[in-house]
Design a protein around this ligand. Structure first.
Ligand code: NAD
Length: 456
């Protein structure tokens, strides 16, 4: 059945009748408050390491939450996902190779979207239109317009959309925000974030026939057609899709999306910046990747400058080890910590960690004047999603704010892609005022059959 027709008939037959016949953007089904004993049925779209691990964990730490379907265009990962669900949860899920069959399934309350980034928003919009709640991984989008459209769809269809930026549920984020709002850090004058990793050279492998385990056309989905290369997709691992602008936004997207969103959160979620300057180059190893090996970005927020510094050639910098992530009493060695935020106030310098690690404030004479420890909040974020599906309250990873955070990533990358420039940004129209080329990238392009709807 056509998906849109199904939505119409589904609305007439379910909660619509009792809820409010007069509401024009009526939740289709599953939008009533659910009790703790009501079962919540999930489906996973994108069965890579991230999605599979999270959704199984989510079912373990929440009661009455089950996975009905696992969906992937990689048949090897699909059967691997089914085996994992059976092993860890004790039942066999339904297998699907086309996400549209998941949206058409009335049993499914919510979908967990953990595909590469170029699919996140379109899949999220389709899910909202079909009346599903959504957990969608970061980075939310590969351009500005598509996450704006997903935010519109979430509002229009009254859906719970939780973006997978776990630090939105981090206790140290709430306490850091309170500390800053209390004025104890003084006036904020500068904020530096880091995404420094040591990953080495990327070399694209030549084109190859599409392997039997992959539906390449559906993997590409909305992205422009190009021949398959084993550099992009791997049968069992992640592959190199994050090296391409069409599917991702490089390390700024993969790594800095977390620190930038966390920064916005603790600063009280500021509106869009006035301008962005970015510089990127393959200046370390001479990779032939589209995304740069080294990238520096500066966003002008008027009262302060926010920067992100990083790339792949910083092998003396480290993400937090597990003992820091899982122990609220331990703090990282800030100087070598590759996923940190430094917030400079007139009264102190706050170091904030994104992988647990908590925060510490350094005052005059190098003294620690305040601190709060924390563990990495994956569980909290997954619990918050399920609680919000039940209560219909706004989730911590609220789409509107996460769209603004994703916009920092997207405009930072666009400023590199148009030639390492400074671009002026109009926060109301979400377009640039000094570059037509940049505005094309802000809107993206979509393949026939996978168009981004103008009206969601
Ligand atoms: N929040 C976090 O801390 C965190 C951590 C790791 C990854 N992530 C994000 O999670 C997402 C997935 O990451 P990953 O490491 O699991 O990547 P991955 O490449 O291993 O998995 C993505 C899966 O999506 C599948 N897929 C692609 N197109 C599809 C389609 N049309 N329908 C169904 N499945 C499709 C792929 O075949 C693949 O199995 C990414 O967006 C990544 O940035 C978030």
């Amino acid at each position: 059945m056509d998906r849109r027709n199904f939505i119409k008939t589904g609305a007439a037959g379910t909660v619509g009748l009792t809820l409010a016949g007069a509401m024009t953007h009526l939740p289709i089904y599953g939008a009533t408050v659910k009790g703790a004993n009501d079962k919540i049925v999930l489906a996973l779209i994108g069965c890579g390491g991230r999605g599979l691990g999270c959704i199984i964990n989510c079912c373990k730490i929440n009661s009455n939450v089950v996975i009905k379907t696992v969906c992937d265009v990689n048949r090897s990962k699909l059967s691997n996902a089914a085996a994992h669900v059976e092993k860890y949860l004790g039942y066999k899920p339904v297998l699907a190779e086309d996400m549209r069959t998941v949206f058409d399934d009335r049993d499914v309350d919510a979908v967990w979207i953990a595909t590469p980034e170029h699919w996140h928003c379109l899949a999220g919009i389709w899910a909202c239109q079909a009346g599903k709640d959504v957990y969608v991984e970061k980075n939310l989008s590969v351009n500005i317009r598509e996450s704006r459209k997903l935010a519109e769809a979430a509002a229009k269809y009254d859906r719970i959309v939780q973006v997978g930026l776990q630090n939105r549920s981090a206790s140290q984020g709430f306490s850091a925000r309170e500390y800053i709002q209390s004025g104890k850090l003084g006036k904020i004058v500068a904020v530096n974030t880091y995404f420094m990793l040591g990953e080495g050279k990327f070399t694209e492998a030549p084109e190859a026939p599409v392997p039997a385990w992959l539906d390449w056309d559906k993997w590409l989905g909305p992205a422009p057609y190009r021949p398959f290369s084993p550099s992009i997709v791997s049968e069992s691992g992640r592959g190199g899709w994050q090296q391409y602008w069409a599917y991702s936004g490089g390390k700024l997207d993969d790594e800095a999306s977390h620190t930038l969103d966390f920064t916005r959160m603790v600063l009280g979620d500021p509106q869009h910046p006035k301008s962005v300057f970015a510089w990127g180059a393959n200046n370390a190893y001479g990779s032939n990747s589209e995304v740069p090996e080294t990238q520096f970005v500066a966003w002008d927020f008027g009262d302060y400058l926010l920067t992100a510094e990083g790339g792949t050639s910083f092998n003396y910098m480290y993400k937090a080890p597990q003992e820091i992530r899982n122990d609220a009493t331990k703090f990282p060695n800030w100087r070598n910590y590759s996923a940190r935020v430094d917030i400079y106030g007139t009264e102190g310098l706050m170091y904030l960690g994104r992988h647990g690690g908590g925060w510490q404030v350094i005052g005059a004479d190098n003294k620690i004047v305040a601190e709060d420890g924390a563990i990495f909040p994956d569980n909290e974020h997954q619990k918050n999603f399920i609680e919000c599906i039940r209560s219909r309250k706004r989730p911590n990873g609220f789409i509107e704010e996460c769209h603004r955070s994703a916009t920092l990533v997207n405009i930072g990358n666009i400023a590199c892609r148009v030639g390492n420039k400074q671009l002026y940004f109009d926060g109301k129209t979400e377009l640039f005022t000094n570059s037509k080329e940049a505005n094309k990238l802000a809107k993206g392009t979509y393949r026939k059959g996978y168009e981004l709807p103008e009206k969601v």
